[in-house]
Design a binder for this molecule. Structure first.
Ligand SMILES: Nc1ncnc2c1ncn2[C@@H]1O[C@H](COP(=O)(O)OP(=O)(O)OP(=O)(O)O)[C@@H](O)[C@H]1O
Length: 255
């Protein structure tokens, strides 16, 4: 579904990604982990078309350089870390924006577009917020609305940049279980970033550890979440315990 080949990104006068290679198979969930500033968001932004890059990104068999914008929006939906929200926008209108790639220029949303949006709002328990302005929602409620817009887009490739950072532990589980269920039901492919390493390992098929703009490790969670790799790249002292759904990473005091 996705191939990232020797991708380099320069922002300002600094090269942030120094030749990243990554593949994600159709239906697979890959989560990019790594310390602050490693380039995780930049990588997702390059795949989503939000920053220019050198190298090659191929989505569903077509290099992005040959993908018209509308077609790309039908293939890739992004939940950014800090999405831009037009002031005064209400939840229903915001989630409907997800249907834009299917609406003809100057056209209006169809009954089918509305029905898709309503289904997504229901699945994320957001119906009661439809008339509210986004600024009046709590951080967690807003984060679910951002996810709703991306799901309404109906794209097979979902890019999630720290999708649960503002959510309490219950909503974290709820949202990740929903994404996982949709992935299975609709064969969605997921490329995410996450800081909670245990949760990252529980949901992803593969983890990619990015450090200083380079891939430092790529493999099943048990292969990447090791005390040695985490000490080396995060300068963190942790214990890794075998859990039912993947390794559990526990920070331990240094002294
Ligand atoms: N527009 C920009 N101009 C210059 N440097 C930038 C720009 N945007 C990001 N950077 C730098 O690129 C590096 C990677 O940023 P990025 O947001 O991709 O990291 P990240 O791994 O997602 O970090 P975090 O875990 O803190 O969210 C950082 O050092 C950041 O300061």
């Amino acid at each position: 579904m996705l191939a990232v080949e020797d991708v380099r990104v320069t922002l300002g006068d600094a090269e942030i990604l120094h030749g990243v290679d990554l593949t994600v198979a159709s239906g697979e969930w890959v989560t990019v982990i790594g310390p602050n500033g490693a380039g995780k968001s930049t990588l997702l932004r390059a795949v989503g078309g939000a920053v220019p890059f050198h190298g090659k990104i191929i989505i569903d068999g077509t290099p992005t350089s040959a993908l018209p914008r509308r077609r790309r929006a039908q293939l890739v939906a992004t939940v950014a870390q800090q999405p831009v929200v037009p002031p005064g926008m209400r939840v229903l209108d915001y989630v409907l924006l997800g249907r834009t790639p299917y609406i003809a220029p100057l056209g209006r949303e169809s009954a089918q577009d509305l029905s898709i949006v309503e289904q997504v709002l229901d699945s994320l328990e957001l119906r009661r917020f439809t008339g509210r302005e986004l600024e009046t929602l709590s951080g967690g409620e807003r984060q679910r609305v951002f996810l709703a817009r991306a799901l309404a887009q109906g794209a097979p490739l979902l890019l999630l940049d720290e999708p649960t950072s503002a959510l309490d532990i219950g909503h974290q589980q709820e949202v990740l279980e929903l994404v996982d269920r949709l992935r299975r039901e609709r064969s969605l492919t997921v490329l995410a970033t996450m800081h909670d390493l245990s949760i990252a390992g529980e949901y992803a098929d593969r983890l990619v550890l990015l450090a200083d703009g380079r891939v430092a490790a790529d493999g099943p969670p048990a292969q990447v979440l090791t005390e040695e790799l985490l000490a080396l790249h995060y300068r963190a002292r942790v214990r890794v315990i075998a859990g039912e759904f993947g390794p559990i990473v526990v920070p331990v005091r240094v002294s």
